[in-house]
Structure formats: C-alpha cells, structure tokens
Design a protein around this ligand. Structure first.
Ligand SMILES: O=P(O)(O)OC[C@H]1O[C@H](O[C@H]2O[C@H](CO)[C@@H](O)[C@H](O)[C@H]2O)[C@H](O)[C@@H](O)[C@@H]1O
Ligand SMILES: O=c1ccn([C@@H]2O[C@H](COP(=O)(O)OP(=O)(O)O)[C@@H](O)[C@H]2O)c(=O)[nH]1
Length: 467
C-alpha cells in the first residue's frame, strides 16, 4: 500500500489537541492512516539556522518540520499568505496588502519545502498538499523531478474570477494548480468559481469526469466538504474535561440560556457583526434580556497582521459597550474570552448551550458548526444559527441560516433560536446529524484519496512546469 504524505504549513502533534480546523482534521486523518506529515515547525529563527529538517515519531505519524527565517516568515506567512491570499479569497480585497516583495518570499518558502521534502519521498508515495500557503508546491516538486501523484485541497473559499483577478500574478497561481492531479474544494460554489476561472481566463478545455486541460496538463477538480470525526468528538463529550465544563456551566448559568461562539479572532468570522446582532436582539427583546448570556471565545490568531489588531480593538469596544449599556449587577450579557480554550473542554460548553452563533462573513467550511451539533444531547438539543456564507451552509440546510450583514435578520434568528420548541429542535438536529455522520472526516479523506488514485498522472515530463 502507498504511504500517505501530507504537507501543510500548520502542523500539530496528532497526540495533542490543536486550535484551527486544518490541524485538527489532518491530525485525525493521519492518526488513522499513519504516514508522513511535513510542514512548518512553528519556529522562527535567524537566517543562518533555518535549514534542517526536524524528525519526530508521533504515534503512527512521522512529523518532518522546517523552521522559517524571520524574513521568510514575514513575507510568506504574514505577507503573501495572510496579507494577500487570505483576505482576497475571503472576499476582502479592501484588506489586502499587495506588497510586491511578498510573492518572492512565498515562492522561496515553497521552493524550500520542495527541496526539503524531495529526499524524504518514496517512489510510490501519494502526496496530499493543503491550503493556500502551498499552491505552487506541486509545480516546484515537479520541477525537481517528482512524478508521484499529488493532490491539493483548498481549505478556504475560492472567490469568483473577477475577484481573483485582483491579485497581481493570479494567472501564475492558477496555472500552478495544473501541476496537481486533483484539486479539491470545500463546496460546489468554489468548484463553480474554479470552472469559470479556468475556462474564461486560462481557456482550459473541459473534459469528461470533472477534468480540465490547460498548459499541456489535465487536472481533475471537485468538492470534498471536510467533516469531523463524530465518534472522537462524542468520546470527548463524555470525557472528564468536557463533563466538568458542562456541569460548571449548568451550575453557573442555571437561570439563563447560553449562546456560544467559538472562533479564531479573524475578520472572516464576522465577530463585530455578531455582537451588533446580539445588541439588536437585546434592544428589541427587553423581556428576554436577563435570561440569555453570550459566551464568545475568540482564540488569538495572526496577531502580527494589522487587520487582526484593528479587529481586536473593535471587538473589545463592542463587548464593553454592550455590557456597560445592558448589564445588571447580577447579569452581564456577554462573556468575552480572548484565549484559546483546549478542544477537549469545548464539547461541555457546546452541550450546555442552547444556541451556537456561527456567523462568518465567509468561511471555507467551519468545523465548529459540526462539532456543536455532535456534542448535543439528542433528546434536548441546541439550535445552530449559521451564516449562509460558511461552506457548512451548503450541507446543513436545517440550521437557522442567516445573512450576517443583516443585523435585524440575525437578531430575529437569535430570538427564534432561543424560543424554538423542543420538537422542532430535535427534528432539525436529527436531520443535520445524519449529514455530519455521513460526510465525516473519514469520508472526506477516503473520497479525496480515491479520486486522486483515479486521476492517473499522464505526463511524467516536467519541464513545462518551471513557473
Ligand atoms: O494556521 P493559522 O494561520 O493559525 O490558521 C488556522 C487555520 O485556519 C484556516 O482554517 C480553515 O480550515 C478549516 C478546516 O478545513 C475550515 O473549516 C475553515 O473554514 C478554514 O478557515 C486555514 O485555512 C488553515 O490553513 C489554518 O491552519
Ligand atoms: O479556543 C479554541 C477555538 C477553536 N478550537 C478548535 O479549532 C477548530 C476551528 O476550526 P474551524 O474550521 O471552525 O475554523 P478555522 O479556525 O480553521 O478557520 C475547531 O476544531 C475548534 O474546536 C479550539 O480548540 N479552541
């Protein structure tokens, strides 16, 4: 059997828990399949030191990591990945910083990854590359002679062609996708944007079986919505850390219904918009005020990118003003926590909550939505209020779907969620759990790898791919 080699910028020790959906999902996949996981060590070092590959055996998974120099980290991670690709792919062209120097760092790190990974590869390895940090990696590997099958999965949304076209060098990026044998997206709407882009901008020829031909190569593309490991998460729900959390929450909030939000502190997650909707709800429903408390976990993220610092200030101001204006001596409407909560405790918080607010302005998938559902008591489940702009909304149609830009509409959904009768809560939860179970993380991994196995690499020659 072939060995699975996973490559991603962010990696985690699969024996420990991590924040961020990509690391969580890949740790679950690799714990089952075993294999090699290659990526950034998370360390930033002085230029001269950053050249070794660190190897660590973590259960069935071999971790291979490289450090990044300050210059590379700034240009590759903060600059091009999170200052250009992240905002534009999340429809925030206004937040992009198109500094011409970033792209060189992005290419340099992709070349570094290719150089360091190549000697670790075996001829029959299957390579699975993840996310926007590493779009050109296959092209760099092929330029070094790599002929193994290589698949790519984009964890974030792909925007429509005209928005993509705002990125200087977008044609270079999209051409690089043709060095893969299979390109996977989170949702059908991402696949539609890909199709439209490659047919109109790259004049790709559509073939049967969701394949396109351009630049002398054929690539297959499809939607493979990522899921969670339902059994693992249910196991966490009944383990001591989550049970303690559940009991504590039930005790502390015995007279109130809890609403919960769990997000990285990221502008794509729509946190200020969520707070404004909650404020609108409090204004419109004084009778419900002191019976509802919103716990918002905002896990620190990418704090050296300026858009994230601005967001932190905006959110703190909003939470402070809501509590100042609506709070009572014995009740605060918002509990805002700017820390990462260990994943093992989250199921207890989810289960104790009547409502989850998952209202991103744009999101590749959003695993918190699925985790919230999996943690519920099916006899008395909570309600999911979900943004129609999260990838998860394509699958979870029985959630209360909202437009997070519509403050009044979202406030009305909060009220509906808090007052939803038991039978309706059960029906919706049951229907969504069927989907969460069917399209779980194992389905995601198996269906992607099966499609990759079918997408036979046809050209062994690599010279065309020098980007
Ligand atoms: O690595 P960071 O910069 O700390 O960011 C954390 C991760 O954020 C993004 O996660 C995405 O992947 C999830 C799983 O597929 C998906 O549910 C979510 O909608 C996405 O935002 C990012 O794509 C990852 O690369 C980061 O590691
Ligand atoms: O304080 C926190 C916040 C988030 N998470 C986990 O981080 C992941 C977030 O994934 P999601 O797909 O929702 O969003 P992302 O952060 O990847 O954009 C989920 O597994 C959460 O349980 C966590 O463990 N602690």
């Amino acid at each position: 059997m072939s060995r699975l080699v996973v490559v991603s910028n962010r990696i985690a020790d699969p024996r420990q828990t991590a924040a961020g959906g990509l690391a969580v999902a890949l740790a679950e996949v690799l714990n089952n399949t075993g294999g090699l996981w290659f990526g950034w060590s998370g360390k930033i070092v002085d230029d001269a030191e950053g050249d070794d590959v660190h190897m660590l055996q973590a259960g069935p998974v071999k971790l291979a990591t490289v450090d990044l120099s300050h210059v590379d980290h700034d240009a590759f991670y903060l600059g091009y990945s999170n200052g250009v690709l992240w905002p534009v792919f999340h429809y925030r062209v206004d937040l992009a910083d198109f500094d011409a120097g970033y792209i060189n760092g992005y290419r340099r790190v992709n070349q570094l990854f290719a150089r360091k990974l190549l000697p670790l590869l075996r001829p029959d390895d299957v390579i699975w590359v993840h996310d926007y940090h590493l779009i050109p990696l296959a092209a760099e590997l092929r330029a070094l002679g790599c002929t193994q099958q290589i698949g790519f999965f984009l964890h974030i949304p792909l925007p429509p062609p005209l928005m993509l076209a705002a990125i200087p060098g977008h044609d270079w990026l999209m051409r690089a996708l043709f060095a893969y044998d299979l390109v996977g997206f989170q949702s059908q709407s991402d696949v539609d944007h890909f199709t439209k882009y490659v047919e109109t901008e790259a004049h790709a020829q559509p073939l049967d079986g969701q394949r396109w031909r351009a630049f002398g190569r054929t690539v297959r593309a499809g939607a493979f919505p990522i899921g969670i490991d339902v059994d693992e998460f249910t196991g966490l729900t009944y383990a001591s850390e989550a049970v303690e959390m559940y009991e504590r929450m039930k005790r502390e909030y015995s007279r109130r219904k809890l609403l919960v939000g769990v997000d990285r502190l990221d502008y794509s997650k729509g946190l200020p918009q969520r707070m404004r909707a909650f404020r609108e709800f409090l204004t419109r429903h004084p009778e419900l005020r002191s019976s509802a408390t919103l716990i918002q976990i905002a896990s620190p993220s990418r704090e050296n990118v300026s858009a994230y610092t601005d967001l932190l200030r905006e959110l703190e101001t909003l939470c402070g003003s809501i509590n100042g204006n609506f709070g009572e001596l014995d009740w605060m409407p918002v509990r805002y926590i700017h820390r990462t909560v260990p994943r093992a405790r989250l199921p207890g918080l989810y289960r104790a909550s009547r409502v989850a607010l998952v209202t991103p302005l744009r999101d590749g998938m959003n695993l918190v939505a699925k985790e919230f559902l999996a943690a519920q008591d099916e006899a008395d489940p909570g309600v999911l209020v979900l943004s129609r702009f999260a990838g998860a909304a394509e699958q979870l149609k029985e959630a209360l779907l909202v437009n997070p830009y519509d403050t009044e509409g979202t406030a009305a959904a909060i009220q509906l969620a808090l007052q939803m009768p038991l039978e309706e809560r059960r029906d919706r939860h049951q229907a969504m759990m069927r989907t969460v179970r069917q399209y779980d993380v194992h389905w995601w991994c198996e269906s992607f790898l099966a499609a990759l196995a079918e997408a036979q690499p046809e050209e062994k020659g690599t010279s065309w791919l020098r980007l």
